[in-house]
Design a protein around this ligand. Structure first.
Ligand code: 0A1
Ligand code: ZN
Length: 877
């Protein structure tokens, strides 16, 4: 795991592989003390390689213990090959042959959760991006695609279920209580899509009949105790399968589709061919233990992994610089799916909030990189919001530029042209160009230039000429390694809203909403026959991932909130208004002036609460003030206390001014129906729980209400919201303690519910947060070896409890630095994710700035830092 001087890998250095692997035959002999892996690779020279005499260099991590090598059945002496720390080199090979190796690996000692490892009583694998090389020697790169056969042998009692990709073609029992299953995957695939699972699992089964009439067996494998938590994932899977047939014409290709839930997993889930492996948190759901948000996350991730079968597996990436080819596209596909299954505008708003809060911050920070990076030290550091979420926005822009029909033609062409291939982002864009006849040359900059573009807009109404002019000016800040950027092609969807709230006709066709493509640094658009000065509604639906500024007056924003025909912009107008109010409060707090919330904001909120025709989910979103994290992202200098105080003050003022309407709303939304995780109920619960959040700021009302809700809740969504409300309320600490205890007793056996319990406490903004974290680390519900638990406790504390984490003594930073050092040796990926909380030190005022930097420097001074951390820490210092 050690890497003193990590090497940088460059996109420009890409070369085709010197060898291809037509067939991969693997035997896994799983024993408690080790696993013996025998691998037979039918290889041949790649006719496209420029170096026809090159030796075979197989990747293999240092924990892979080589036993022997054979070429076409002939054992090599130790002078026949060379083993270095990360590879095995064999010179003088015939142009085609079978290379067989036998290695020993130790899954029970593997804490990184890459390669073959143990999760509780199971064996499982994670091979993306470069985990296969920790299992055996291989050409571990996505452009080497091979037909895999895997024989798994293990003790029959402890590991009755043996799974791998494709179809089970043979099985049998052996002497001394062992058994085996042979799996064959007819589809060629890169090693990163290989998977195996062995363990004592139960399964829920169902079936799906494809459009062409083939019956697919669907199986979700879990521990027996979790069998009652699989229905939602199964339903989501079937919905996703149908949706992909209808929306993209994509049918599933194997006879069965399997999902396995594991407790120890670094990410959400993994799209291994025919055998998806999921973090339990991304598959298990049941009303008693799972919040609404978690139900929706399960639906989205199940769909995401399923959609990868085409966008990722059938057509895969040539190299890891192309990661967004599969991830950006698949996130876009899962967002479309979730929009179709629930409320499209709500999904859009949630996604944009997430992008603006987290991806914008990444794009402005030391790790800023393009959607298609051009270099990396550790590829695991590039599974980022930029590659995933911004990558999805770029696909969304292509869809909007082409229109529905042409976009579908483009995706059809892309899938048919490149089925079975490992390709680049360029091929995706080319297919879209080919079907549309558009020139996307300038558009491609979205993949190559990092940073969030800024669009400044000015307007001018000429009452005599009846013309309305919009002037656009775009720019993009410098980012590491990139200065003086070229103008992007920015699609701006817009409308002009008249005094009566109607959209004005914008051209002779009578269009009332248009997409303007900005291509220049400055650009002017003139609208004629505009009878009155309108309010511009800009960037409708968030038509491009940019920051757009227009000097709106509060009255104009209120007009858009009330009238904009674009739901997204109705919401966004409210956000802009709230932001300006918050900005002023933060300044007042910094200047030690008395805080005062503008009456305009109160009036707007009053109006919203009085309007019972609003969709509860939308009303909920409109009542949200920007989060502290969003305010941090927007600030030039992050004044943690002032921001926290200003926001709390605004919330309290709203609660005080609108007490009776809030209370009335809370009561009105009491759910009479049985719990179901469906959009309309989720929206009502979300609104009711937000209102509860406001009411908590009224000491005479909130604590009692939350306590009642906690005790009477019939589902985890309401229970967790009540617990969270109590825990964060100074006046409700007695109730909070009782509720925490009751929760702990009730859910002691429910790992995911206990993670939520940890998370709610980790984000408690009451004083002395760090002491609580340290105490919870001793609790039996916590373990530093489990990524979900580290995220729930340390991750939540560092990223979502700013007032405690960023305390001016720096104890939060010291604590994090110590945890990172510990995780460095245990789980590099988890460590690298956590360290992000320190990397934006330049945005903080003293003393925090220096204290954060000190913590980073301490980490940097560690000798045996893994390259995941080395890369991030060095780039941020
Ligand atoms: N391809 C997966 C994400 C993923 C990436 C790396 C992993 O290794 C730790 C695991 C999962 C997806 O997009 O869902
Ligand atoms: Zn993915």
């Amino acid at each position: 795991m050690k890497d003193v001087t990590p090497q940088t890998v460059y996109l420009k250095d890409y070369r085709v592989p010197d060898f291809l692997i037509d067939n991969t035959d693997l035997v896994f002999d799983l024993r408690e003390e080790h696993c013996r892996v025998t691998s037979s690779l039918r290889i041949r020279r790649n006719p496209d390689s420029a170096t026809q005499l090159a030796p075979l260099v197989l990747d293999g991590g240092c924990a892979v213990d080589l036993q022997w090598v054979e070429i076409d059945g002939r054992r090599l002496g130790s002078d026949g090959y060379a083993r270095s720390e990360n590879s095995l080199t064999i010179a003088e090979l015939p142009d085609s042959c079978v290379v067989t190796t036998e290695v020993l690996i130790k899954p029970h000692l593997n804490t990184s959760m890459m390669g073959l490892y143990r999760s509780r009583t199971l064996y499982c694998t994670q091979c993306e991006a470069e985990g296969f090389r920790d299992i055996t020697f291989y050409l571990d790169r996505p452009d080497v695609m091979s037909e895999f056969t895997a024989k798994l042998i293990a003790d029959r009692q402890r590991y009755p279920v043996l799974l791998s990709n494709g179809n089970a073609i043979d099985q049998g029992t052996m002497e001394d209580g062992r058994h085996f299953v042979v799996w064959h995957d007819p589809f060629k695939k890169p090693a990163y899509l290989f998977a195996l699972v062995a363990g004592d699992l139960s399964s829920v089964e169902d079936s799906f009949v494809t459009l062409s009439g083939r019956e697919i067996k669907l199986q979700i494998f879990v521990e027996e105790k979790d069998l009652n938590k699989c229905d939602h994932a199964m339903l989501s899977l079937k919905n996703a399968m149908r949706w992909d047939e209808q929306t993209y014409g994509r049918e599933y290709d194997l006879g069965r589709f399997m999902i396995v839930a594991v407790d120890d997993f670094n990410m959400g889930a993994m799209e291994n061919k025919g055998l998806n492996i999921f973090n339990t948190s991304a598959v298990l759901a049941n009303p008693d233990t799972t919040t609404d948000a978690a139900f929706q996350r399960v639906e989205g991730i199940v769909a995401h992994e399923y959609f990868h079968n085409w966008s990722g597996n059938r057509v895969t990436c040539r190299d890891w610089f192309q990661l967004s080819l599969k991830e950006g596209f698949t996130v876009y596909r899962d967002a479309q799916f979730s929009a179709d299954m629930n409320s499209a505008v709500v999904k859009r708003i949630e996604d944009v909030v997430y992008l603006r809060t987290h991806q914008f911050a990444e794009d402005a920070g030391p790790m800023s990189h393009p959607v298609q990076p051009d270099s990396y030290m550790e590829i695991n550091n590039f599974y980022t919001l930029t590659v995933y979420e911004k990558g999805a926005e770029v696909v969304a822009m292509i869809h909007n530029l082409l229109g529905d029909k042409t976009f579908r033609q483009g995706s059809d062409l892309y899938f048919s042209r490149h089925d079975g291939q490992a390709v680049t982002i360029e091929e995706f864009v080319s297919a879209m160009e080919a079907v549309s006849g558009l020139d996307l040359q300038q558009f491609r900059l979205w993949y190559k230039q990092s940073g969030t573009p800024v669009v400044e807009v000015q307007s001018n109404y000429d009452a005599q000429a009846k013309t309305y002019q919009l002037q656009f000016k775009q720019s993009c800040p410098d980012t590491p390694g990139q200065t003086h950027k070229k103008p992007f092609l920015i699609p701006i969807k817009l409308g002009l809203v008249a005094a009566d709230g109607q959209d004005l006709p914008l051209n002779s066709h009578g269009d009332r909403s248009l997409v303007i493509s900005l291509t220049e640094q400055t650009q002017t658009v003139l609208f004629e026959n505009i009878q009155q000065a309108p309010v511009p509604s800009l960037l409708r639906g968030f038509s491009a991932p940019v920051r757009l500024n227009y000097p709106y007056s509060s009255a104009q924003l209120a007009h858009l909130m009330a009238n904009d025909s674009d739901g997204f912009n109705r919401w966004d107008a409210g956000q802009t208004l709230s932001f300006s109010v918050m900005q002023r409060l933060i300044e007042e707090a910094l200047d030690q002036r008395e805080l005062e919330v503008s009456s305009q904001l109160i009036e707007v909120f009053d109006g919203l609460l009085s309007d019972h025709s609003l969709d509860p989910a939308m009303l909920n979103l409109m009542l949200q003030l920007p989060s502290e994290a969003q305010l941090h992202e927007r600030a030039d200098i992050i004044h943690v206390q002032a921001i926290h105080r200003a926001r709390q003050f605004a919330r309290r003022s709203i609660a005080q001014a609108l007490q009776s309407k809030l209370l009335e709303t809370y009561k009105r939304l009491t759910e009479q129906r049985d719990y179901a995780p469906v959009a309309d109920q989720i929206g009502r619960r979300a609104l009711r729980n937000s209102v509860l959040g406001y009411l908590m700021l009224l000491e005479e009302i909130g604590p009692e209400l939350a306590w009642q809700q906690f005790n009477s809740a019939t589902n985890m969504a309401d229970k967790a919201a009540a617990l969270n409300a109590l825990v964060n309320c100074a006046a409700a600490q007695d109730y909070a303690q009782q509720a925490l205890q009751a929760f702990e007793q009730q859910y002691a056996q429910e790992t995911l519910a206990m993670n939520l319990w940890l998370q709610i406490q980790a984000t408690n903004s009451q004083p002395n947060g760090l002491d609580r974290i340290k105490a919870l680390m001793e609790h039996s519900a916590f373990s530093i070896n489990n990524p979900n638990k580290v995220r729930s406790l340390m991750g939540a504390f560092c990223s979502s409890n700013p007032i405690n984490f960023h305390n001016p003594e720096g104890s939060g930073y010291q604590f994090l630095q110590q945890q990172i050092i510990q995780l460095n040796a245990l789980n590099p990926q988890v460590a690298a994710r956590l360290v992000t909380a320190l990397t934006r030190w330049k945005k903080f005022p003293e003393p925090n700035r220096q204290l954060m930097r000190d913590a980073l420097q301490l980490i940097a001074s560690k000798q045996d830092l893994v390259k995941d951390l080395r890369e991030i820490v060095s780039k941020s210092l």
